[in-house]
Design a protein around this ligand. Structure first.
Ligand SMILES: *[C@@H]1O[C@H](CO)[C@@H](O)[C@H](O)[C@H]1NC(C)=O
Ligand SMILES: *[C@@H]1O[C@H](CO)[C@@H](O)[C@H](O)[C@H]1NC(C)=O
Ligand SMILES: *[C@@H]1O[C@H](CO)[C@@H](O)[C@H](O)[C@H]1NC(C)=O
Ligand SMILES: *[C@@H]1O[C@H](CO)[C@@H](O)[C@H](O)[C@H]1NC(C)=O
Length: 405
């Protein structure tokens, strides 16, 4: 009695052994194509077109039966270690009692099919190795419906992976974000597949320059992708910067405002205006700068810089509030001057004192030098008297003078 687990051998063992099994298990006979003792096995193979496939026919407990390998047309490729078939792409890799291993190089699509390992038992056994040839797609082609998109609008990208087997799958990434595409698979006459995937999404200003990747997943391809950088047009962003003054705007001061406007395309127009009122008549606009001399409280109000490009326009406001000029004469600056004046005075005084002290010291030092060299000054009370002593009491005054100078 053979246990039922032998069913699993069905796929790899030939149907030629059916006769025996039939007598034993009438019902399950079809699932037990097994011969006692020896068993023959092989594996299905997936191989990339142009690469090498290895077909291995293995026998457990071989009793010297002959093994041969047949191609899908049932022509003998190898009979033991002999190759009757002329195709030299088939080469013997290993031949032992337990294995016939054959390589097939430069596999092409026409090599696909069911290869047969055959064991010359009685009845003969067979095991099948299906060779599947994988063909990687060509480089993906990414296309976008429009070259540039304006912010807020929808764009559409299409990616095509041509001529693969099996069909490739396509993923989309916009920067770090995964997008979901709609794929359509088309089978060509030569059993190849062309896959087209389409994504649509609305773009924002931040999408400008962001790469969109079309990534191909296929068993025969690695790191296959196409990339396209988004080009997004967006309306200006406007910002007013106070170039002058740094602190409060006071009556009589000058005011210099700079309008910084960025957009894509670059803003073609920048205008200054005063909300609900006239801009002071002597205000000067130079490029993106607004310059107002001699501020007057009547200039209080909202000043607006408006920038526009092909996409749209935007503005920024600056609220002018003219402070009393007298407030400007207030404490802070006065204190500053007083402090600086005080510090300068103290420093000057300190330097003066230092100079005086140093002057005196050096004067004495020089004298002391003399005193050392004038022998007659031994009993002098201090440097000054030593000089007097030296001058008066000794005749070697030439020597002393030399040092005194
Ligand atoms: C052939 O196969 C046998 C057993 O599987 C192994 O011992 C031997 O090294 C193989 N020879 C070659 C040339 O691969
Ligand atoms: C591989 O096979 C193809 C045809 O299937 C042939 O054109 C090509 O020259 C072969 N390449 C090698 C290296 O044998
Ligand atoms: C401010 O402007 C008003 C008229 O608009 C004028 O009468 C006044 O003298 C000006 N003040 C100063 C400080 O210029
Ligand atoms: C402008 O603002 C100042 C505050 O410094 C205020 O005193 C003055 O009345 C304002 N003038 C106008 C015309 O609003």
């Amino acid at each position: 009695m053979k246990p039922l687990k032998q069913v699993s051998n069905m796929a790899i063992t030939g149907s030629g052994s059916l006769a025996i099994s039939l007598c034993v298990f009438v019902i399950s006979a079809a699932f037990l194509p097994k011969v006692e003792g020896q068993n023959l096995a092989t594996d299905n193979i997936s191989v990339i077109e142009g690469e090498m496939a290895t077909i291995s026919c293995r026998v457990k407990n071989n009793d010297d039966s002959v093994i041969q390998l047949l191609n899908p047309n049932r022509q003998t490729i190898y009979f033991k270690d002999v190759r009757p078939l002329k195709d030299s792409r088939f080469q013997l890799v290993n031949f032992t009692d337990n294995e016939l291993r054959v390589s097939l190089s430069n596999v092409s699509l026409s090599d696909e099919g069911r290869y047969v390992c055959q064991l010359y038992t009685d009845p003969p056994q067979e095991a099948y190795a299906d060779i599947t040839v994988l063909v990687p797609p060509g480089s993906p082609i990414i296309e976008s419906r429009e070259e540039v998109v304006s912010e807020g609008n929808e764009t559409e990208l299409t990616c095509t992976a041509i001529g693969s087997k099996p069909a490739a799958s396509i993923r989309w990434m916009k920067g770090e974000e995964e997008l979901t595409g709609d794929a359509a698979v088309e089978e060509t006459y030569d059993r190849m597949f062309t896959v087209t995937s389409r994504v649509r999404f609305s773009v924002t200003k931040e999408d400008d320059g962001v790469p969109v990747d079309c990534i191909i997943d296929h068993p025969a391809a690695k790191d296959l992708l196409a990339q396209r950088h988004l080009e997004v047009l967006y309306k200006p962003e406007v910002k007013i910067v106070v170039t002058y003054p740094e602190g409060l705007t006071r009556e009589g001061d000058n005011l210099d405002l700079t309008c910084i406007a960025e957009g894509k395309p670059h803003p073609h127009q920048i205008n200054w205006l005063r909300v609900d009122e006239e801009v002071p008549p002597h205000a000067v606009v130079t490029g993106s700068d607004l310059y107002i001399e001699n501020l007057n409280k009547s200039y209080n109000g909202t000043y607006r810089c408006v920038a526009s490009n092909a996409v749209g326009e935007a503005y920024d406001d600056y609220i002018l509030y003219v402070y009393d000029s007298r407030a400007g004469e207030g404490a802070p600056q006065k204190i500053d001057h007083a402090v600086i004046g005080g510090v300068v005075a103290v420093v000057m005084f300190a330097i003066l004192c230092a100079l005086i002290v140093l002057g005196r010291y050096f004067a004495r030092h020089k004298v002391f030098f003399c005193y050392e060299w004038t022998k007659g000054a031994d009993d002098a009370a201090d440097a000054d008297t030593a000089i007097i002593n030296a001058e008066g009491g000794h005749n070697n005054t030439d020597e002393k003078k030399e040092y005194y100078i």
